[in-house]
Design a protein around this ligand. Structure first.
Ligand code: OAD
Length: 254
């Protein structure tokens, strides 16, 4: 698809080129073109097939730790076979070009880091890390006894993935960084998120209140759409490289 199809306004291109601070919030949609399922898309979303209350709450883990551990192990395995897509790569290039760039993600898949982004604020944790359910400390290695889930080498409690479940607080430091980057930026891009899950969904509103230009990139409308300064409808793997190409015609990614 040619970049002219998206009709990027000159004002947006100027802000992107000249902003001293740009903040990006990503959701599951940025990884969709890598083959990672989103959560809420009809038919293909994980929450269309599975119930979050069975798999993504502390209570679910206490009720059936084996089921929950195995579900995350299956998702981790799926991620081993996928690669960052053109949208991830465009954001890695943006980080290189823009000194005041902050990437905040709700994703736990680690694809931004694999694409080359060095500074990633992870609001919902990372599926490749493991922590102790009781002590909450990160655990890097444990004895493989065949028990599922495995046990914490320090207290013997159950190990769990280091992801944020429904009903749990976000990692405070990550959220504080995300909030200040949203309040301080001149340009905020909301990419591939349904804008339904708080507190992450509050970040573009913080940016708007602090007079940032807010852009939504998503094939579908969301609760943010009406308030965003600009919306681009389509897959982020096409829109982001096109945006980079328009802003910096020497962009090597195209
Ligand atoms: P959702 O599944 O709620 O939303 C994914 C969004 O991506 C939708 O708005 C889609 O329209 C859009 N989308 C689909 N394909 C796309 C593409 N190729 N390019 C761009 N956008 C595309 O995922 P999130 O908003 O990330 O939380 O969900 C937020 C949180 O809810 C997740 O982090 C997860 C979930 O429950 C936890 O696990 C704590």
């Amino acid at each position: 698809m040619g970049s002219d199809v998206f009709n990027f306004p000159a004002q947006l291109l100027n802000v992107l080129r000249s902003a001293s601070r740009v903040t990006v919030l990503t959701g599951a949609g940025i990884s969709a073109e890598s083959g990672v399922p989103t959560f809420r898309d009809a038919q293909t979303g994980l929450w269309a097939k599975y119930k979050p209350e069975d798999l993504a709450t502390p209570e679910a883990f206490q009720r059936n730790p084996r089921l929950v551990w195995d579900w995350y192990a299956w998702r981790r395995e799926q991620l081993g076979g996928v690669a960052p897509n053109a949208g991830h790569l465009a954001l890695a290039e943006m980080e290189q070009r823009l000194p005041g760039f902050t990437l905040v993600t709700q994703n736990v898949d680690g694809l931004h880091q694999r694409a080359g982004n060095r500074r990633v604020v992870e609001l919902h944790g990372n599926i490749t890390r493991t922590k102790c359910f009781d002590e909450r400390c990160l655990v890097e290695s444990w004895e493989e006894t065949g028990e599922v889930p495995p046990h914490c080498p320090s207290c013997g409690g159950n190990l769990r993935p280091d992801v944020v479940w429904f009903g749990e607080a976000l990692p405070p430091e990550a959220f504080a960084q995300a909030l200040s980057a949203s309040r301080a930026c001149e340009l905020f891009l909301s990419i591939g998120t349904s804008s339904l899950v708080y507190p992450a969904a509050a970040l573009p509103h913080e940016a708007l209140e602090h007079r940032a230009v807010v852009v939504e990139i998503n094939p579908n409308t969301t609760p943010l759409s009406l308030q965003a300064s600009y919306c681009f409808r389509g897959p982020s793997g096409q829109i982001l490289p096109a945006l980079l190409k328009e802003a910096w015609s020497d962009s090597p990614s195209l």
